[in-house]
Design a binder for this molecule. Structure first.
Ligand code: SAH
Length: 377
């Protein structure tokens, strides 16, 4: 977008660099790589090998892809490119979390966070530049929506982490953006994450987090079986309408059945409900009870998230005792309930703090909690 504006300002004719016409290989899944090379007259298995070089081996130089025919390597050099983001900043946190600010080809920036734990490491990736959903307690919402990421831009975050020596055991689509609002690119990227010739992640190790775009939960069920996390944050429509405004379009009586259907009755699966703990807003005993009632009959795990503050959010986190008492209440009712350990807050890498350092275009400011609290009974 910045590039377009610069061109308009100088009235320069658009320059079509060879790169503009080149095939962006990271946008292709295995099938796409096979189709590309078959279309050039090579055997599909060379496409399979190309895909493996790109993802399993993380190789950039076509010359190093030694089992591809030389004339295929030449053609790739002339007509294809491996478009990786530029690391605009790398921010390590004292707790071991690392946040990368990644700059895309058009200058837009997204954030990716690597969270090491004793027995696993999780990579939190972004699916859009900004977000259109306007959840009241989320910093990404403040920047408004810029654009969707392409499959290559999504998977390049994983590729970057692996090449930086931080291969994840778990992947969460919980960074910037609403993954189900960028359906096709996200689903193709998930396919690459899961592929044994690429990142080999089992379905239970990839979690897509959504604010609840109901029709696309049904669509996702048709093409994928990754774990589903849903940003619930309120036990009733009145409060959820305010905190997660997409609820006005897809209220709880549509959301809950969609999530239940997603599990397809498989007793090993459950929905993870994310519930950000906002002091005085959604953390009362009465609301815990309402939450228990709401989730009755849906195999569930509730993940309580202490609110991560950001400038002028207008909210504060429930204190640890309140969170623990809320958690125990859920647990006593037979729900699995955990409290998310906040990681990376020293570098603003925690949930809801990712803003990619672009201008605030939303105009939203103070008083969010007050506005939300206002209509509460
Ligand atoms: N759009 C998707 C994924 C991105 S947000 C979604 O809504 O699920 C990832 C998680 O972080 C969501 O559960 C979101 O509600 C939560 N979150 C957003 N802002 C937060 C904040 N300031 N503190 C704690 N969690 C936050």
């Amino acid at each position: 977008m910045l590039g377009t504006m610069a061109l308009a300002a100088t009235h320069a004719p658009p320059v079509i660099a060879p790169a503009d016409a080149a095939v962006s290989l990271l946008d292709l899944d295995q099938q796409g790589c096979e189709a590309l090379v078959s279309g050039w007259g090579f055997k599909p298995f060379h496409g399979r090998n190309l895909f493996k070089w790109l993802h399993k081996h993380g190789v950039d130089a076509f010359a190093a892809m030694t089992d591809l025919p030389t004339n295929l390597r030449d053609r790739l050099t002339a007509e294809a490119l491996i478009r990786m983001p530029r690391v605009a900043a790398e921010l390590p946190s004292p707790d071991g979390t690392v946040k990368w600010l990644l700059e895309l080809a058009d200058g837009q920036r997204v954030e990716t966070v690597h969270i090491p734990e004793p027995r696993r490491s999780t990579l939190c990736i972004s699916s859009q530049v900004g977000c259109a959903l306007a959840c009241r307690f989320c910093a990404t919402a403040r920047q408004g929506f810029n654009r969707n990421l392409g499959t290559g831009e999504i998977i390049s975050q994983v590729r970057h982490a692996v090449r930086a020596g931080k291969a994840p055991t778990n992947l969460v689509l919980m960074g910037m953006g609403e993954p189900l609002a960028n359906f096709d690119a996200v689903v193709r990227a998930i396919g690459i994450m899961r592929n044994d010739l690429a990142y080999m992640l089992a379905k239970t190790r990839v979690t897509l987090s959504t604010s609840g775009i109901v029709p696309n939960i049904y669509r996702l069920a048709e093409v994928s079986d990754v774990a589903l996390a849903v940003s619930l944050h309120a036990p009733d429509n009145d409060l959820r309408d305010l905190l997660v405004p997409i609820n006005r379009k897809y209220p709880l009586e549509q959301l809950i059945p969609a999530c239940k259907a997603y599990l397809r009755g498989d007793p090993r699966r459950r929905i993870t409900w994310e519930y950000v703990m906002l002091a005085g807003v959604n953390d009362s005993d009465r609301q815990a009870k309402a939450l228990i009632r709401l989730l009755e009959g849906t195999p569930s795990k509730v993940n309580l998230i202490p609110f991560n503050p950001f400038t002028d959010s207008g909210f504060s986190s429930s204190d640890p005792e309140r969170i623990e008492s809320f958690r125990q209440r859920l647990q006593r009712a037979g729900l699995i309930a955990t409290t998310r350990k906040t990681r990376g807050d020293a570098i603003a890498a925690a949930c809801g703090q990712l803003v990619g350092r672009v201008a605030d275009r939303s105009g939203r400011r103070d008083g969010a909690a007050a506005a939300v609290r206002g209509p509460l009974p």
